[in-house]
Design a protein around this ligand. Structure first.
Ligand SMILES: NC(=O)c1ccc[n+]([C@@H]2O[C@H](COP(=O)([O-])OP(=O)(O)OC[C@H]3O[C@@H](n4cnc5c(N)ncnc54)[C@H](O)[C@@H]3O)[C@@H](O)[C@H]2O)c1
Length: 279
């Protein structure tokens, strides 16, 4: 059987190999969950700067308003909608409404996620102290909502016979990570296999499903705690490049995975971690 991506006509054969062509996302419809801050915002910026039509879904109205003002000032196309991804019917409804409104969905970044607090080497991060309500909230946002995002987006992408789904995992999903909580590592590992599973089912429809696994990046996660140099220090000690990442550094990978440049990449999770997982 011929590879599915060949059937969609999305292979590099039809491109002229100039980077402008293979990374061209102009006119694409892109949805980013958790897009009002940090990595999601950088993903939205790079897609919009390359003339994609971007819809941000986020729980934080104030940040969504700020994003709209910034994008408007830069003359970039942006739509926003307030949404708690933990509300699965609302999440899937927003994705279906976007497909209806724009006529298609080219790329979805299932990026919204929350930290699960401290890791097992702190008093409240120890296994005996993990609270059921915290566990359930993290699972709902970091895992169930990611599944629901893939489920809803895939309906439209199968019909279109093409699309890109990109899930934000973490290096904490690829290896043990002493600084973060149990529910976080469990969900971030779970989505790595969810990506593989969805990728094999959706391959014949030309839909590529991949993950990104960031190392420590200076965002507002966990209340922006990495902005405190004392808190950041032990994280940096695990990074061969010996620094935190900047949210802007996600842009190249986002554009790769959200464009036809990644036409033969599916089912994988790519670390973007300053070398952390090489150790
Ligand atoms: N920053 C890091 O070091 C790091 C490392 C590995 C993985 N990640 C992952 O990257 C993703 C983005 O995190 P970030 O670091 O940019 O954090 P961030 O806090 O800066 O941004 C997360 C965004 O998600 C939104 N959000 C949170 N809960 C939501 C919900 N229930 N519904 C809708 N939106 C919601 C927030 O309002 C915020 O705008 C997360 O999945 C996170 O686990 C981050």
């Amino acid at each position: 059987m011929a590879p599915a991506v060949a059937r969609t006509g999305e292979t590099m054969k039809s491109a002229n190999f100039s980077s402008g062509d293979i990374f061209d996302v102009s006119g694409s419809v892109v949805i980013v969950t958790g897009g009002a801050s940090g990595l999601g915002l950088s993903i939205a910026e790079v897609m919009a700067a390359n003339d994609a039509r971007v819809l941000l879904l986020d729980i934080d109205q104030a940040r969504l308003d700020e994003c709209q003002a910034r994008f408007r000032a830069a003359r970039l196309a942006l739509d926003v909608a307030i949404l708690d991804v933990a509300d699965i019917p609302a999440l899937q409804g927003a994705i279906h409404a976007a497909a209806e409104r724009y006529g298609r969905i080219d790329a979805v970044f299932a990026n919204a996620g929350i930290s699960a607090g401290s890791g097992p080497f702190t008093e409240f991060g120890q296994i005996a102290n993990v609270r059921e309500e915290d566990w359930n909230r993290v699972l709902q946002i970091n895992l169930t909502a990611v599944f629901a995002t893939i489920q809803a987006a895939s309906i439209h992408m199968k019909r279109q016979r093409g699309g890109r789904i990109v899930v934000t995992s973490s290096v904490a999903g690829l290896r043990a990570e002493r600084h973060v909580g149990y529910a976080y590592v469990a969900t971030k590992a779970a989505v790595v296999n969810l990506v593989r599973h969805a990728a094999i089912e959706l391959a014949e429809f030309g839909v590529c499903v991949n993950g990104i696994a960031p190392g420590p990046i200076l965002t507002n996660i966990a209340g922006g705690k990495l902005k405190d140099p004392d808190i950041a220090k032990p994280y940096i000690a695990n990074v061969p490049l010996a620094r935190l990442g900047d949210p802007d550094e996600i842009k190249g990978l986002a554009l790769l995975l959200g464009s036809r440049a990644s036409s033969f990449i599916t089912g994988t999770t790519i670390a973007i971690d300053g070398g952390m997982t090489a150790w």
